[in-house]
Design a protein around this ligand. Structure first.
Ligand code: NAP
Length: 449
C-alpha cells in the first residue's frame, strides 16, 4: 500500500481491483485525476460536474465517483520542485487505483533539460531561458532532449494500447459529405516503433559510433551527416495489441479488424506486425474470425454470419480508403506512428480534435485522456471545448461497466450540439449557433442529461 507524502488520499471510497484483465468495481471507486496544464483546469471544471450529475441521475446515490486529485506537468513542479514533472506519488496512485483520467500536459518549452556532468544535477527548461551554469556546482550545463511527459507516462506504466474511437455527432461541421459513414475504433501500439526514444543526434560521437557499427558489422552505408533513430517492433508487443483489438471486436460485436502497416517497405517491422497479427487471429480467435483471403477463396466473397473479418491495408492507401470508403472499416490495429497519424486524420474527418477522446491501457491500468494538447493561448479563459475530455470520461464509465451513465452523457452532448449551443470552435463554423463558454457548455450538457 503506497504512502503519500504530498497527496491527500480521499477519506472515503474503495479501490478498483483487476484480475486476469477483469475489473471489480466498487460502488464508490476512487479515481485519480490530473487536471492538466493550460486549458486543462478550465476543461476539468466543466467535466467533473457532468460526470457527477450523470452518475447521480442514473444510480440515485447508490454509486459515486470519489475523485482523487494528483499532479503531473506544471502543477507537479509547483508542488514537488523544479525537477519533478511526473512524481512517483502520482504513478503510485494510478498503480493503486487502476483507473485514472487526465487533462493535457505541457511538455516543457524547447523540449530540453539541462544536466550537469560534474554533479549530475538536472533542471527542466521551463521558460526557454538557458541557465549559464549548474545552479548546484557552477559547472557548465549539458543540454539533453526532454522526454515527452505523455510518452513517459505511457512507457513507465506500460500502457501499451492507445484506443481512440472516432464517430460523428450529428450537426458537427466537418470537411466531408457523409461523415456519419465513419465509425472506427483505432488501437494504436503505444510503447515501441519510432517512439521507443532510441535516437542518436547528428554530429555526435554516439551517432558516429552507430554509423561505424552498421558499416563494419552489416556493410550498411548511412550518410555520415545523419541523425539515426531505431524502430523496434516486437512479436510480444504486436500480439498484445492485436489481441486487445480483436477481443474488443468480439465483445462489442464489431464487423472487422484491419491491420494497418507499411510492410511493403519495412518488412521486418511493419510487415512482421501484419504477419504476427494474422497469426494471432488464427491461433487465438480461430472460431470467431475469418480472413479476407478465406472469404474470397472459401466463402464465395461473403463473410460468414457472426465472424469478424481480419484484413490488412498498407498505411498510405488506408488514408485514401478512410476518406473514400469509410464504412468498410471498423476496428483498426496499427503500430505507433501510423496510429498517431490515422487517429488525427479520422478525427479531422468528423470535425476535429475538440471531439476526439482516447484511452491508454496496460493489462490492468487505464488512463483516459483527450487527444488534443493544452491550447495554452486559451488558458484560464473558460473558452475551449471540453467534449474531448468528457467523451474520454464516457469511455472511462464504459470501462467501469457504468454504461447507463456513459450513454446518457453521450446523448446529452449530441443533443446540446444539435441545439447549436456550442463552444467557439464549433460556433465559428455553424450557421446560427450560440457561443457558450466552456463551463456553460458543461452546464448545457447537464441540462440535457
Ligand atoms: P493543442 O494544444 O492541441 O492546440 C492546437 C489548437 O487546437 C488550438 O490552438 C485550438 O485551435 C485547437 N484546440 C485544442 N484543444 C481544443 C479544445 N479543447 N477546444 C477547442 N479547440 C481546441 O496543440 P499545441 O498548441 O501544438 O500544443 C500545446 C501543448 O500541448 C504543448 O506543450 C504540447 O506538448 C502539449 N500536448 C499535450 C498533449 C497531451 O497531453 N495529450 C497532446 C498534444 C500536445 P484554434 O487556435 O484554431 O482555436
Amino acid at each position: 500500500m503506497p504512502v503519500y507524502q504530498k497527496l491527500k488520499k480521499p477519506e472515503k471510497g474503495d479501490v478498483i481491483s483487476v484480475s486476469s484483465g477483469k475489473l471489480t468495481v466498487p460502488d464508490r471507486p476512487v479515481i485519480p485525476f490530473i487536471e492538466g496544464d493550460g486549458t486543462g483546469p478550465d476543461i476539468w471544471k466543466a467535466t467533473q460536474p457532468v460526470l457527477d450529475a450523470a452518475v447521480k441521475k442514473c444510480y440515485g446515490g447508490k454509486k459515486e465517483i470519489v475523485w482523487f486529485p494528483v499532479h503531473a506537468g506544471l502543477s507537479a513542479i509547483q508542488r514537488y520542485g523544479i525537477d519533478t514533472v511526473l512524481p512517483e506519488e502520482t504513478l503510485n496512485a494510478i498503480r493503486e487505483y487502476k483507473v485514472a483520467i487526465k487533462g493535457p500536459l505541457t511538455t516543457p518549452v524547447g523540449g530540453f533539460k539541462y544536466v550537469c556532468l560534474e554533479c549530475a544535477a538536472e533542471q527542466n527548461d521551463l521558460n526557454d531561458k538557458r541557465p549559464d551554469k549548474c545552479v548546484k556546482c557552477g559547472s557548465a550545463w549539458v543540454t539533453q532532449r526532454f522526454r515527452s511527459l505523455n510518452v513517459g507516462l505511457r512507457q513507465t506504466l506500460d500502457l501499451y494500447a492507445c484506443v481512440r474511437p472516432v464517430q460523428w455527432f450529428t450537426g458537427v461541421p466537418c470537411p466531408v459529405k457523409e461523415p456519419e459513414k465513419l465509425d472506427v475504433v483505432i488501437f494504436r501500439e503505444n510503447t515501441e516503433d519510432v517512439y521507443s526514444g532510441i535516437e542518436f543526434e547528428q554530429g555526435t560521437p554516439d551517432v558516429e559510433k552507430v554509423i561505424g557499427f552498421m558499416k563494419a558489422e552489416f556493410g550498411k552505408t548511412i550518410r555520415p551527416d545523419s541523425g539515426v533513430g531505431i524502430k523496434p517492433i516486437s512479436i510480444s508487443g504486436t500480439r498484445r495489441l492485436v489481441r486487445k483489438a480483436i477481443q474488443y471486436a468480439v465483445e462489442q460485436k464489431r464487423r472487422s479488424v484491419t491491420l494497418v502497416h507499411k510492410g511493403n517497405i519495412m518488412k521486418f517491422t511493419e510487415g512482421a506486425f501484419r504477419d504476427w497479427g494474422y497469426e494471432l487471429a488464427r491461433t487465438e480467435f480461430r472460431d470467431q474470425t475469418v480472413t479476407e483471403k478465406e472469404v474470397g477463396e472459401v466463402h464465395g466473397g461473403k463473410v460468414p454470419e457472426g465472424k469478424i473479418l481480419i484484413k490488412d491495408r498498407i498505411a498510405d492507401q488506408m488514408f485514401q480508403q478512410l476518406l473514400l470508403r469509410p464504412d468498410e472499416y471498423d476496428v483498426i490495429a496499427t503500430p505507433n506512428l501510423n496510429g498517431d497519424y490515422i487517429s488525427d486524420a479520422c478525427a479531422a474527418q468528423v470535425g476535429g480534435l475538440g471531439l476526439a477522446p482516447g484511452a491508454n491501457f496496460s493489462d490492468d491500468i487505464a488512463i483516459f485522456e483527450a487527444t488534443h494538447g493544452t491550447a495554452p493561448k486559451y488558458a484560464g479563459q473558460d473558452r475551449v471545448n471540453p467534449s474531448s475530455v468528457i467523451l474520454s470520461a464516457v469511455m472511462m464509465l464504459e470501462h467501469l461497466g457504468w454504461n447507463e451513465a456513459a450513454v446518457r452523457i453521450k446523448n446529452a452532448i449530441g443533443k446540446t450540439i444539435q441545439q447549436k449551443r456550442v463552444t467557439y470552435d464549433l460556433e465559428r463554423q455553424m450557421q446560427g449557433a450560440t457561443r457558450l463558454k466552456c463551463s456553460e457548455f458543461g452546464a448545457a450538457i447537464i441540462d440535457n442529461l
